[in-house]
Structures are given as C-alpha cells and as structure tokens.
Design a protein around this ligand. Structure first.
Ligand code: ATP
Length: 131
C-alpha cells in the first residue's frame, strides 16, 4: 500500500489532532455535498425549515425538535453515503450482501426523513393553517 499523503498523517499534540479531526469531518460533509444530490436537497430543505421557523417564531422546544430531526436526516444520509462508498470498494461486482447493505442504509435515511416530516408537520401545519 502507498504511504498516506502528508495531510493525513496525524499532527503532534492532542489539540492539533482534535482540530485536524474536525477538519477531516468537515471535509467529509463537503465531499458528500459535492457528490450526493440527496444531500443538496437536504441542504435546501434545511434552509427552508430555518426560514419557516424564523417566520413563524417557533418556540424553543419546537426549535429543539426541528434541530434534532434535521440532524438525524443529515447523519443518516452521510452514513448512507459512507456505506455506499465502502460497499462499492469492497464489492464492485454484484453481491446480495452488498445490495442488502445499501438497502438497509437507505432504509435508515427513509425512517429519519419520515420522522422529520412528522415533526415538521406537527410544528408547522397548525401555524400555517391558523393564519
Ligand atoms: N454491488 C451490488 N450488489 C448488489 N446490489 C446492488 C449493488 N450495488 C447496488 N445494488 C442495489 O441497487 C440499489 C441502488 O444502488 P446505488 O448504488 O445506485 O444507490 P442509490 O440508491 O441509487 O443511491 P445514490 O442515488 O445515492 O447513488 C441498492 O440499494 C441495491 O439494492
């Protein structure tokens, strides 16, 4: 195996290593945003939901529920992207287990999205229809 590129070698010092880990994590989100259409859709949906929350002045608890829902969808989609990439690396050809891994990962996104829709509906529909 070729040596790791210089930027992937862990820097000296606890805090430098922590900061580097954050850098890797943000690079992961950025890379997924660049390659995954679904994530760009989530980004637009997140901006719309924040806009609705500000417009309707939702409560602190409602913001908390919305934030958890948004974070769950983003986390599930990022995990799905990672599992898809690892599956394609480990099993470039057809394999039933590869298909199962991708289907289960996609199922996690689906459940998170349904939960977010339920929360969004419970928070915003009463406000929209009482105007
Ligand atoms: N190597 C494989 N072996 C068996 N089945 C696979 C394999 N790769 C993909 N599949 C099947 O095809 C489906 C779609 O896979 P694909 O990699 O195109 O993901 P996707 O759902 O289109 O996600 P995205 O749009 O994010 O790429 C999977 O959910 C799985 O059922």
């Amino acid at each position: 195996m070729p040596p790791a590129p210089e930027r992937l070698r862990p820097p000296e010092g606890l805090w430098r290593r922590r900061v580097a880990s954050f850098g890797h994590a943000f690079r992961g989100v950025w890379a997924a945003l660049g390659s995954e259409v679904h994530l760009r859709f989530h980004a637009i949906a997140t901006v719309v939901v924040i806009g609705l929350g500000l417009y309707y002045s939702i409560s602190r608890v409602e913001w908390a529920l919305v934030a958890i829902s948004v974070a769950c969808v983003w986390s599930a989609e990022l995990m799905n992207t990672a599992i898809e990439a690892l599956t394609d690396l480990a099993s470039p050809g057809f394999h039933p287990l590869a298909g199962k891994a991708k289907d289960v990962a996609a199922g996690a996104v689906l459940l998170a999205a349904i939960g977010a829709l339920v929360v969004g509906g419970l928070v915003f529909i009463p406000k929209i229809f009482t105007l």
